[in-house]
Design a binder for this molecule. Structure first.
Ligand code: UDP
Length: 457
């Protein structure tokens, strides 16, 4: 994207401190900066983005009330409970920080602050921005179809679908297609009714906001985007997969193992299955070993990201026996964190065994890489249904973390004729999404509309 002249306006961004939320927020920062806006990023101490990787932006750190130990464990800890704590602790430091930025901008009078853009997971930002007379826009890092369900999730939970009997497991959830009843327990997870007040605040504050920005496009969910506008009654901007404009690698919280790339260079075209479950999902020791055996038995080359902290109770891959490790290393490579976008774009990658986080799903679509779906919970349950049942560009494991199932799915995707058909459909979807972000495409035009909207706030 070409750099435009500065327009004398500053936008304040406030990401939720998770890898899957920091990446899109900093990509959005780059998009807006390229359209003339100056950027200030307010961030917590926990999972702080690396300011030195973004010299064009101003970074301001606020206290989040976490202990040194919690900060140090950072990305390997139980982030969901930390996020709940931060949402309680960070309001006052955030208010002070935002107020200071606004006062400084008034005093200097050279640059006006036009709005705050923050993640839909923050609970206090709408109230704070209203009290300071600053318009607020919401960045939603989920698929719009999922966010649209926020107002109805408490109702779905009390509908009596759970627990789901075997005979009903594959039934659609009428209020929430294409979700199946068997997906519901993992959408609600351990939280159950504790989610209701959270959902209520998010919906209510989003309705008071000046608009929602989605990392999505009409080609993927036109009707949901229209519906989103009707549900939340605010303008909606679907500006495409953000990484199509700017890569996320500079906002990585983990050290990326760059040795993946020369290793991939030595592999044949479309022969490698890339395996990663993102930055938050955890698996048990048994599940880890089933995946390891499944990959080994598939005899297919693989690149496997085992994030430290991924396996509950383990540091990294020490649970693998010497024999299993040796057999894995014959065909594959295990790393702690990969430059994912670069990996997915590599000619050697032929498939992605993924947890279907929305970023990973979009990144896979944009590179035309078909998926094996192993969602961990929340919106991943819906994303994976779209991948396997709506777009037909992946194979769903249906939660069966079993070595035979994994071996079967890998071989089906990578070497059998079924995989070829999936690959062809993925190519069509990739082309559609690609058109959307090119000049004149729906997402490209939506960026124009968004920029004009912010200029008028
Ligand atoms: N990612 C990465 N290297 C890895 C695994 C993931 O750079 O080894 C990036 C990935 O490209 C994506 C983000 O981390 O941008 C994960 O976001 P997603 O929404 O897919 O899942 P989450 O981590 O939020 O569950």
């Amino acid at each position: 994207m070409e750099e435009e002249k500065r327009n004398g306006l500053r936008v304040i961004l406030f990401p939720l401190p998770l890898q899957g939320c920091i990446n899109p927020m900093l990509q959005l920062a780059n998009i807006l900066h390229s359209r003339g806006f100056s950027i200030t990023v307010i961030h917590t101490r926990f999972n702080a983005p690396k300011a030195s990787s973004h010299p064009l932006f101003t970074f301001l750190q606020i206290q989040d009330g976490l202990s040194e130990a919690q900060i140090k464990d950072g990305p390997t800890s139980n982030v969901m409970s930390l996020l709940a704590q931060i949402n309680l602790n960070a309001e006052s430091p955030f208010r002070d920080c935002l107020n200071k930025v606004l006062l400084e901008s008034k005093e200097s009078s050279s640059e006006k602050v036009s709005c705050l853009i923050d993640d839909c997971g923050w609970l206090f930002t709408q109230t704070v921005s209203e009290s300071l007379n600053l318009p607020r826009m919401v960045l939603c890092t989920f698929k719009a179809t999922f966010f649209n369900a926020y107002p109805t999730l408490p109702l779905i939970r009390t509908k009596g679908y759970l627990p789901v009997s075997d005979s009903e497991a594959e039934d659609s959830v009428i209020e929430f297609p294409p979700l199946q009843k068997r997906d519901l327990s993992k959408v609600f997870g351990e939280f159950g009714e504790k989610l209701d007040p959270f959902l209520h605040v998010v919906v209510e504050t989003t309705m008071r906001s000046s608009g929602i920005i989605y990392m999505s496009c009409e080609e993927l969910e036109k009707d949901s985007l229209t519906l989103s506008n009707e549900i939340f009654k605010v303008p909606v901007f679907a500006i495409g997969p953000f990484h199509s404009y700017f890569s996320a690698s500079s906002s990585s919280l983990f050290t990326q193992d760059e040795t993946c790339i020369p290793w991939l260079d030595s592999q044949e075209d479309k022969s490698v299955i890339y395996v990663s479950l993102g930055s938050v999902v955890n698996i048990t020791e048994t599940e880890f070993l089933e995946i390891a055996c499944g990959l080994s038995n598939s005899k297919q080359p693989f690149l496997w990201v085992v994030r430290p902290g991924l396996v509950l109770g383990a540091k990294w891959i020490e649970l693998l026996s010497e024999g299993l490790l040796r057999s894995l290393e014959e065909k594959g490579k295990i790393v702690k964190w990969a430059p994912q976008q670069e990996v997915l774009a590599h000619r050697a990658i032929g498939g992605f065994l993924t947890h279907n986080g929305w970023n990973s799903t979009l990144e896979s679509i944009c590179e035309g890489v078909p998926m094996i779906c192993l969602p961990g919970g929340w919106d991943q349950m819906l994303n994976s249904r779209f991948v396997s049942d709506v777009w037909n560009v992946g194979i769903h494991l249906e939660g069966r973390i079993d070595k035979k199932e994994i071996e079967k799915a890998v071989r089906m995707l990578m070497v059998e004729s079924e995989g070829e058909k999936i690959r062809e459909r993925m190519k069509v979807l990739k082309d559609e999404v690609e058109r959307s972000v090119k000049q004149g495409g729906s997402s490209f035009l939506s960026i124009e509309t968004l920029v004009n909207h912010i200029l008028l706030l």
